[in-house]
Design a protein around this ligand. Sequence first.
Ligand code: GDP
Length: 424
Amino acid sequence: MADKKPHMNIVFIGHVDHGKSTTVGRLLYEHGEIDQRVIDQYRQEAEKLGKSTFEFAFVMDRLKEERERGLTIDVAHRKFETDKYYFTIIDAPGHRDFVKNMITGTSQADAAVLIVAAPEGVMEQTKEHIFLARTLGVPQMIVAINKMDATKPPYDEKRFNEVKEQVEKLLAAVGWKDVPFVPISAYKGDNIMKKSENMPWWKGPTLLELLNNLKVPPKPTDKPLRIPVQDVYSITGIGTVPVGRVETGVLKVGDKVTFMPANKSGEVKSIEMHHEPMKEAYPGDNIGFNVRGIGKKDIKRGDVCGHTSNPPTVAKSFIAQIVVLNHPSVIAPGYTPVFHAHTAQIACRFEELIKTLDPRTGQTKQDHPDFLKTGDIAMVKIVPTRPMVIEPVKEIPQLGRFAVRDMGQTVAAGQCIEVEKKTL
Ligand code: GDP
């Protein structure tokens, strides 16, 4: 399929109420991606309520209610298509679990769209999300300055420039470069799909143009093979079939593979995706593959498959850079929450708090602090309580990120800098 467009996963971030849902809703609505039946139903409701004109805002409010009802859905996946890309939106909901989903979910963001409301300007979560996107390794970013219709006076170029300057300072502080901006009104539709007549001073691209201008995410085929195991089946007549998404590298029929930390090896007899057999699988492919020489009980979710010649790294300990997102008290050495990395969930101990870092400069703030608190960025030494596969983010970024969960929330997120290998 030569004309197949690339996929692009985008995440919408920014302070609560700055207009993430409205922007997403606007993009989907204008791309005709909101089900006609839903629209018809909403239109009838609007008529009943005596609203003579049917408005986009009504669709938005109803969608929001529906999402609030569907709290069990961690991440709302929404899709639309342009002439250049298939976009999947990982809408960052109000709660902080999107961090975990970005790391452990099936879709790591290829780009972030930061929404900042023009009247309010930079707020607490604006800063936090900019830093988070950086720490989680989101490769590209767009900034949309929203609610331009609500500045005083409306569509004020001066206010846009003020907020743009505030955001640019934050971006530069954590090392983001060449981030494009656009002034929008998600509510009214300015500069989303078509150039706004309300902002003749804006000569730059629309949000849609910026989305189309994003760089195609590279396929990490040149990296070592890594397939985190999601599930393992035993299929009559076939044998053991692990299932998972190829994160990096290429898997071919006939390859010798090793699962870690299980330390079990076998030969790949067949690969299939969507019930179609295939000879080789690439990054992004969700596959099941039959491995001869391995029993169903030998491996489990959280193991990682690699080539026997270059098997996944099992950590005795690792050095990580983390950001503490949300901890009710403090993190001290000995704290042992659950780390979520790829498909693994393993309790890990904070062995050593090496130092805290200044988020603006990346320089050491304090050596060996007694504890870490919300907002701190730190280098720490982590010891998994059970064998665990993790890779330095510099070598295999897809296998180097993690979320730290405790008491039902994401308390920290980070990346693995260096691994002390476990000898098996
Ligand atoms: P989220 O929490 O970031 O997802 O924000 P929402 O999309 O839910 O928007 C929060 C509030 O801001 C809602 O009442 C929206 O109707 C309003 N809003 C969103 N975008 C705009 C805009 O462009 N202009 C104005 N005036 N209000 C907006």
